[in-house]
Design a protein around this ligand. Structure first.
Ligand code: UD1
Length: 355
């Protein structure tokens, strides 16, 4: 069986690694990794392949940036001939980025089976581009792997036949568990004993100049209470430069961190402030308090079970919860079921049974 893995953006790579590794152990499976090139900076892409031991992708479509329509269309146009040439039996797509939906569309029209890793997550917020990508990818996928039971409920409500859906757990956690021991060596020099770690890149938080200015001002205020480390996504960096905001306070602005460096930062952080999906999950697993600057989450178990709290678009609430954590009042959390490092093995078992 010839299996293609399609990845394109940073949050795909740590999901690909354990699945790729688990399928290597299944006899009769030949694998190829196709990188769409949605993310192309060294520290948004190559460094992850190096650290996660995936090896360079066999094919890179080199699509780069663009509007959503341009990027999605470009991926489809460049990916279709690759599928026609190599004739995969199954294409595995990951998460909710534009590369995910573009590849699923191409394959479903060519009648190539699609497996979706991280299926069923819903924020119920269609202003979020990722929500559109999730809905469409799950409608098109033939095999759907969910990380948590809420995913199964969402898919059932959307009419996806239960026999297509497999609750396997969270592949991101497979990677966290595998990489955690080696991450300690990647702690950046001069790391303060206590610090808050910030990441922010969603259009809803960084595209509106007024909102972004308020956000940076709030973080600047808070940086007088604890050091703030902020590895900056290219999208955010561009906006912050445009507004001339990066001289602010005691915030330590950093380049995007590698996988191992960021894992070490998360593990040692007093708290994390983010709008990322994956970081809500990783902090829950690590037991680190997380304040999410969003009104909703497609990862509700991180709130109901884990250490995550949604502070919405409310800076006063952010400050209150931040201070509560600094004074020892952090929410306690637990690890959700099946976040045990074996999700990719369960995926491999299901795929082997379809050969
Ligand atoms: C994408 C995903 C988002 C994910 C995020 C993680 C979609 C719709 N969004 O958002 O779900 O959480 O990746 O990072 O797929 N850029 C660079 N270098 C790069 C990549 C991007 O400079 O290697 C800049 C470009 O100016 C680009 C902008 O970042 O226009 C945004 O990149 P894009 O891939 O469109 O979306 P992300 O915001 O990264």
């Amino acid at each position: 069986m010839r299996v293609f893995h399609i990845v394109g953006a940073r949050p795909n790579f740590m999901k690909l690694a354990p699945v790729h590794r688990a399928l290597k152990r299944v006899p009769g499976i030949e694998q190829m990794v196709v990188h769409t090139g949605q993310h192309y900076d060294f520290n948004m892409s190559d460094v992850f392949f190096q650290e996660l031991g995936i090896g360079a992708p066999e094919i890179n479509l080199g699509v780069g940036s663009g509007s959503h329509a341009q990027q999605t269309a470009e991926i489809m146009t460049r990916f279709e001939p690759v599928v026609l040439e190599h004739k995969p039996d199954l294409v595995v797509v990951y998460g909710d980025v534009n590369s995910t939906v573009a590849a699923a569309l191409v394959c479903s029209k060519l009648q190539v089976r699609v497996a979706h890793v991280e299926a069923g997550l819903r924020s119920f917020d269609r202003a979020m581009p990722e929500e559109i990508n999730r809905l469409i990818t799950d409608q098109l996928a033939d095999i759907l792997f969910t990380p948590s039971a809420d995913g199964n409920e969402n898919l059932e409500r959307e009419g996806i036949p239960a026999e297509r859906v497999h609750l396997v757990g969270n592949v991101m956690i497979d990677t966290v568990l595998q990489m955690l021991p080696s991450s300690e060596k990647h702690i950046p020099p001069g790391l303060p004993a206590k610090f808050a770690l910030v990441t922010m890149h969603r259009p809803s938080n960084v595209d509106d100049p007024e909102w972004l200015s308020c956000l940076v001002k709030t973080l600047t205020d808070l940086s007088s209470e604890i050091d703030i480390l902020f590895p900056v996504h290219p999208r955010t960096r561009e906006r912050i430069h445009q507004l001339g905001l990066n001289g602010a306070g005691k915030i330590r602005w950093m380049d995007p961190a590698s996988y191992l460096a960021f894992l070490a930062l998360q593990k040692n952080a007093t708290l994390v402030i983010t709008d990322s999906g994956g970081i809500q999950e990783e902090t829950t697993f690590l037991g680190v308090p997380c304040l999410t600057m969003r009104e909703n989450t497609e990862r509700p178990v991180t709130v109901t079970v884990g250490t995550n709290q949604l502070v919405g678009r409310d800076f006063a609430r952010l400050k209150t919860e931040f201070r509560k954590i600094l004074t020892g009042g952090a929410k306690k959390g637990a690890r959700p079921p099946l976040w045990d490092g074996k999700a990719a093995d369960r995926i491999a078992q299901v795929l082997a049974s379809t050969m």
